[in-house]
Design a protein around this ligand. Structure first.
Ligand SMILES: [Zn+2]
Ligand SMILES: [Zn+2]
Length: 616
């Protein structure tokens, strides 16, 4: 009986393991986690750390395996190659495996072959930063040279981003090395290329779409065929083939990721030597009828792959939509109930759907691949119609989360202050530079001085100090009125700082204000520019994406920070909290604002009466 060694036994390996067993082959799986879903699906599982080549080789030898392979796990690729080499089994070779997993080696090989790719530079320490910034123009992407997934990947917009993110990127690298790469604007493409006897052929290219914001690296929608123009599509195919050739893959499945740039170029982001995770094998099966798992198995056994297995049999437009939190179809929070997938599966055009959701787990805003909690695949006559069908089918999955513990209410604000204290943070003011443990509590007072004063009292009870930025040009309140003067005085009495929430371009500081300014609804062009005679809260050194959270529009884009504060997860933090959102009731910004207006109405009527207006 044929026996294969499967390196990696996680969720993304499970269906491939089941498929291979279904062909009558015995599967031995190795993974550190013996309870991993793929391990449970194998005939034999051996609990070893799969990055330990000697241990994996020993398992392979003991079971006299005929082949060794992996899917989805980039870290397993060099191990598979090394074990195959050690046992004289078919494989891609360790040199090719390194070129296809180690990002700097890959870039160097592509450069040597003249393959189109972004400008890049290696960085290890802060000392390398200026050289790298000389070679690569901003914006850029910083990533560890040898780590898969989206861990340690950062977008770099300014030299100070590089300074700030470098340690986090190199920490994800076994050798402490990162790459800075030019950020090329355009359409992201995923490719599948099959190389046979040294001849690579493109099987599919598809659009890879990703969410805005902090989860920018996560692919959350795939659409086949891609949306780019025909001539750029041909160029993309040529670049994909050239890249696979340059990296030396003779027999194997390659996963090139490309960008079809707005300027007409097509550049290589990276090329992996494996079947990718994220349902790409399903995409290929439904879109062109090619079975990547069967091909991977045959190639691992050293077999030849005939054209009828490796070439597209048809071309079916489709879309994959992953189940993710907003702006995807899922709510965030602890899962209390998961509705049936049946309605999703029954929706128009749906050919496959699955969820990995479990009761009691927490759905997070999208930040990494693991925040994708399932998917829907739909087909149609065009890619865009398939996407519309996948989106509407995904919306049919009914998931309820527990009423949020993180309500925008003053009680939770108290918990947040307690969490900050428990996490060892100290309340800092903008006349100091950020230091480890500093928490800059900032309040932009857009609409309501009442709400500001109430929040300030809560903070005083908790011995917390904040910086209140008040407006002189507010449409909603008058700082020069008796009420305005009283509020401002009260904020200072409670121990807080008072700065200016300015409307561009007027940053006129008088003696009511400390020299601290934050623009109201700023445009990116001037947001971070220096302000003469004042600290700009959006400028260096007080502003950095990793150390900033905001409750704007009653939504924490990267989640409520209370838990991260409690565990000291931020080196330091500027926390923007709008008092109105916490003071007035409402589950959404719209409800909260309406509650504020209702309260204001009563208060305005009192004022009119006090002004001797006849309201009868
Ligand atoms: Zn919270
Ligand atoms: Zn504002």
């Amino acid at each position: 009986m044929t026996t294969v060694l499967f390196v990696g036994g996680g969720l993304h390996q499970r269906s491939a393991i089941q498929r291979i067993r279904g062909t009558g082959v015995r599967v031995v799986a190795v993974d550190r986690d013996e309870d991993a879903p793929g391990m449970l699906a194998a005939d034999v599982c051996e609990s070893v750390d799969f990055t330990d080549v000697a241990a994996v080789t020993e398992v392979a030898r003991r079971h006299a395996v005929d082949a060794v392979l992996t899917v989805s796990a980039d870290r397993a690729v060099p191990v598979v190659a090394a074990v195959a080499e050690a046992l004289g089994l078919p494989g891609i070779g360790t040199a090719t495996a390194r070129r296809m997993t180690h990002k700097r080696t890959m870039r160097d090989a592509l450069a040597a072959a003249g393959v189109s790719q972004p400008a890049y530079a290696a960085v290890r320490a802060a000392g390398d930063a200026s050289g790298a910034l000389g070679a690569v123009s901003l914006p850029a992407v910083l990533k560890p040279v040898d780590s898969g997934g989206q861990r340690g990947v950062f977008r770099i917009d300014t030299p100070s981003d590089l300074e700030l993110d470098l340690d986090d990127a190199t920490a994800e690298s076994a050798t402490g090395e990162a790459l800075l790469e030019e950020f090329v604007e355009g359409t992201e493409l995923n490719g599948i290329v099959i190389a046979r006897a040294g001849e690579p052929e493109v099987v599919t290219l598809s659009d890879r779409l990703r969410p805005p914001g902090i989860g920018f690296g996560v692919g959350w929608i795939h659409v086949y065929p891609p949306s780019i123009e025909e001539h750029q599509l041909r160029e993309a195919e040529a670049v994909a083939v050239a890249a696979v050739r340059a990296l030396g893959l003779r027999d194997g499945i390659a996963f090139p990721q490309l960008i079809a740039a707005d300027d007409g170029r097509v550049v290589v982001v990276e090329v992996a030597a494996r079947i990718p995770g994220g349902q790409m094998a399903d995409l290929v099966r439904h879109a062109v009828g090619v079975d990547l798992v069967e091909i991977a198995l045959r190639q691992a056994l050293g077999g030849q792959i005939p054209d009828e297995l490796a070439r597209p049999r048809f071309r079916q437009p489709l879309a994959i939509r992953f189940f993710t939190a907003e702006p995807g179809p899922l709510p965030t929070g602890r899962v209390a109930r998961i509705g049936s997938l049946e309605q999703v599966l029954a929706a128009e055009g749906v050919v496959q759907a699955e969820t990995y959701l479990e009761l009691g787990e927490t759905i997070h805003p999208v930040r990494r691949d693991g925040d994708r909690r399932g998917y829907v695949i739909a087909v149609a006559d065009t890619g865009s119609e398939a996407l519309r069908r996948a989106e509407s089918a995904a919306a049919l999955l009914d998931v309820e989360v527990e009423a949020s513990m993180c309500a925008f209410e003053l009680d939770h604000y108290r918990e947040l202050l307690d969490a900050a204290r428990a996490g060892g943070y100290r309340f800092a003011t903008f006349d100091e530079a950020p230091a480890p443990g500093a928490l800059f509590l900032r309040h932009d007072v857009d609409f309501s001085l009442d709400a500001a004063v109430r929040m300030a009292e809560v903070e005083a009870e908790h011995e917390a100090r904040a910086t209140y930025l008040l407006m002189t040009e507010s449409v909603f309140y008058n700082l020069a009125s008796p009420q305005g003067v009283a509020a401002s005085t009260r904020l200072r009495e409670l121990g807080h700082r008072v700065g200016l929430h300015a409307v561009y371009p007027h940053a006129v500081l008088d003696d009511r204000f400390d020299p601290v300014v934050g623009w109201h609804n700023p445009d990116p062009e001037y947001m971070s520019a220096p302000i003469v005679g004042a600290v700009n809260v959006y400028a260096d050194p007080h502003f950095s994406r990793l150390s900033y959270r905001s409750d704007s529009n009653q939504r924490w884009r990267a989640g409520c920070p209370h838990e991260e504060l409690r565990v000291g997860g931020f080196p330091w933090l500027q926390l923007l909290v709008h008092p109105e959102i916490w003071f007035y009731p409402g589950a959404t910004m719209g409800q909260t604002m309406r509650a504020m207006l209702d309260a204001e109405r009563a208060w305005r009527l009192d004022q009119l009466t006090a002004d001797d207006v006849d309201l009868a």
